[in-house]
Every structure is written in C-alpha cells, then in structure tokens.
Design a protein around this ligand. Sequence first.
Ligand SMILES: [Zn+2]
Length: 362
Amino acid sequence: MKRGYPPPWACAVLLALLLLWRMLGAPLTAEQFSHLETPFWQARALLPLRVARILTLWFPVDSAEPETLPQEAMTQEERALMAMSDMTDETIAVYVAHEQNLVVLPLEDYVCGVVAAEMPAAYHLEALKAQAVAARTRAVRQRGQGGCALHAGADVCTDSGHCQAYATLEECREKWGDEYQPYRDRVLAAVRETAGEILTYEGEPITVYYHAMSGGRTEDAAAVFGQAEPYLVSVSSEGEEDARGFYADAFVSYETLAEALDSTPDELRRTFAIAQYTQTGRVSTVLVGERHVPASELRESLGLRSTWFTFSMDEEGVTFHQQGYGHGVGMSQVGANAMAADGAPYDHILTHFYPGTSVETY
Ligand SMILES: [Zn+2]
C-alpha cells in the first residue's frame, strides 16, 4: 500500500481529541482559578471536575479523586503560614476575600497569617508578640459577638479595611523572598510564645484597634469612631520620630479636592480651612464653604496617611503636611517596635497602648 496522508476521518478524530483535551484539560490551581474573571471561564475551569465527579458517581473507584475545587485546591498547610493545629483545638471561620471563600482554620494558624500581613516581620520579637495578642484578641472577640458583619457565617474576613489582613504561606514567600526562613521563624515564635493569650478588660476580650504609626501620640477612639472605651484613650508613643514616613507631604489639586468634598475649586480656594482640632491635636473637621467635614472622611476619600496635618495652599492645590500613619487609635506598631527596641516586654507594650487591660489566657 502506498504511503500517504492519514485519512480525513483520522484527522477529525485527532482534532476532536485535541478539542476535548482543551476543554477537559488539567484542573487549574487555586491561583490560576482566581485569575479567571468571568463566570464563563470559571465554569470552563470547573468542567473537568464536574465531569470527573459524574464519572466517579457512575463508575465508583476505590481511590477517590483528589479534591480540586477551588475551596479545597489549597491545602490547609498551604493556607496557613505554619501548621500550628497541635497547639490548640480552637478554630475560626475566615472569609478569604481574594478567593471569595469561607474556610475554617486553627485559630493560631490564623493569628500567624495576621501577624505576617499586618506587621513588618523585621520588627522586634516583643513587638510581634504584642501584635499576635492584639490580632488574637480581635478574632476571639468577633467570634464571640456574631462575627464579621459583611460576610455571613464568617467570624472574621481578610479584608484589611474591615477585619484584619491575612497572608497565606505563598504570599509570605513572595513578600519575604530571601528572608522567608528567618521571618517565618520570628512570626512563628511570636505566636507560639503568646499562644492562647488575649487582652481583657473586666474579664472580657477588648475591642482592638491598631495602626501603623501614631505620630507621637495615639488618639481617643471617641474622636475617630465616635465610641469611647476606657482602654482606647490617647497615650504618648515615644521613639517614632526616626521611622521612615513619620512626616510626609501629600499634594492634592483643587480639582481632586473639589470632587472628594463635593465642592468647587473656587470655593476651596476661598474657604478651605481647619475648623476644629481633637484634644490630641489632630484635625477633627475641616471647613468647606459653610460645611464642616470630618477629617476622617477627608482622609479616607483622599487616601491621606493621617488626620494629624497642617496644610499649605498654592495656585494648583493643597499640600497636606502629615504626621504619622493610620487612624491613630490603639497600639501604634512603630511605637510598639520602638518600645521593644528599648527592652519592653510585649505585655508592657500592650498595657501601655491599652491602659487598664490585662493579658489573660482565654
Ligand atoms: Zn470583616
């Protein structure tokens, strides 16, 4: 028989097989899955799993198919910075915002991920320990009080703007690079050495707020959130001045400011001023035309670092001369690190920033 091209039916079968492979190809990893934006592609990515499930229903096999649906694609170990489930039976329901997924983690694993995400791991161990207790307290309190208000069924979410930020093992690897091993060890030590400890006031876990850098003095909760707590009062925070970004300028054009404040560039040129200060010297409200606008609103809409500012105006806009970073309530992380550098143990750091509280085991 003469050698020639394969017959057309063979080509068609080959093509069909190739198409089938494209459609039913290898399941995606959670990472790949999270990059798929449209429901159509997510459905396509899930197709092989669905088909596999149907097949195993029809033709049961002894060795179960590995679970690769997105909520299970990442193992507990991958999720957690380090497996600490040996330390406690306590668990917490965490809504992982970027995966849009609810998982249950050992509490101490969760605390590791929060410390890794919320505080630079290069900080002194005692500061990291203070952060671990603060993060654990917030989690335990929320768990006991109905959980995260945004996500049904979750005790906490990983949205830093709402509950607390949380870093997975993968994110830590990426963020820490060559320092991964030593940083991981420090975070682990901070959590292990404080395992089970929370901050209480009159026997109850406290409402925890913390922020990056106070600017030298923390703020009353009442001035920022409108709700006073006896342990969320203004205290000094020494040794912050040397930190990078203690002072920072931010320029905002009149046009941008007008948009943020529902005003006009002309009105702002004529009237923009500081109307009122808080007792600690932060700006409480600014004047726009006849209106008083809370400085915390201004900070949020402009992305300012702090409400502790003065400002100067020129032809183009307003330059905010800011001090500190964050809302200023509760523990200042830079301040905690400065205290730790000075030899303060973590419980002193905590009772300094949250006066009247005690460190207890839950
Ligand atoms: Zn939340």
